[in-house]
Write a protein that binds this ligand. Structure first.
Ligand code: PGA
Length: 258
């Protein structure tokens, strides 16, 4: 029912010349994959060559950020329209590194989501609690607030949500599949309350945070995990290919397709 979506967030890695070769290799190695969305999210300067390399294939391309204004005197920023014109289809918004290092708050994230949607880019809206918030028992409050504020005034259609507990990003500490599932279910229930349950059932929720080739299958076996946003492990051809080729555990897989 919910089509799995596996995305590689390259962050600030790979030169454009490396990006092109990597994308071409992905196109070759993953051409048989059906019924799953595959997404590469390189840095801005590599977007044109990755879009070119993926043209006509089953691999889509996403950006890692946009600015929320349409155009104007905003030195160093890139607009949603610019990305749309070169063939980018998705954009990651509100990643914890943007929130932490570039001081993006929920209000700015909300504006960016609105801008992306207005030009037809599909946002991957990132949320997740920090370690100290989890330790204080606040993980659900934090995620609830991020959802309510980030989605204020927004129609939910065609949006992907990425649950990325900050303590799991780039640390090698993955949430256990059960832990992640608990939060995914909470997110879906919250979406059900903000919008309605029927709509919430259609929203794809990715897990992110130290996803690797050796934990992907157990994560994807969870009922409310519809894909993954992969950082470090998406930079290596073998590991990203294995992640895209995750194997559903049989029973859960059947339930997922009901
Ligand atoms: P990681 O990053 O897989 O390297 O933990 C995930 C992310 O930040 O999206």
């Amino acid at each position: 029912m919910r089509r799995p979506i596996i995305a590689g967030n390259w962050k600030m890695n790979k030169l454009p010349s490396e990006a092109r070769g990597f994308a071409r290799e992905m196109v070759k190695l993953l051409s048989d994959i059906q019924e799953r969305d595959i997404l590469l999210c390189p840095p801005y300067v590599s977007l044109p060559c990755v879009v070119n390399a993926c043209r006509g294939s089953n691999i889509k391309v996403g950006a890692q950020n946009i600015y929320f204004e349409k155009e104007g005197a905003f030195t160093g920023e890139v607009s949603a329209d610019m990305l749309k014109e070169i063939g980018v289809e998705y954009v990651i918004i509100g990643h914890s590194e943007r929130r932490e290092y570039f001081k993006e708050d929920d209000e700015m994230v909300n504006k960016k989501l609105k801008r992306a949607i207005s030009v037809g880019l599909i946002p991957i809206f990132c949320i997740g609690e920090k370690e100290e918030e989890r330790e204080k028992g606040m993980k659900k409050d934090v995620v609830y607030q991020q959802l309510v504020k980030g989605l204020s005034g927004i129609e939910l259609e065609n949006m992907v949500i990425a649950y990325e507990p900050v303590w799991a990003i780039g640390t090698g500490k993955t949430a256990t599949p059960e832990d992640a599932e608990e939060m995914h279910l909470f997110i879906r229930e919250t979406l059900g309350k903000i919008y309605n349950e029927e709509l919430a059932e259609f929203v794809r929720i990715q897990y992110g945070g130290s996803v690797r080739s050796d934990n992907i299958d157990s994560l994807m076996a969870q009922l409310d995990i519809d894909g993954t946003l992969v950082g470090g492990a998406s930079l290596n051809i073998d590991s990203f290919v294995r992640i895209v080729r995750f194997v559903y555990s049989r029973n859960i897989g059947l339930r997922k397709n009901m």
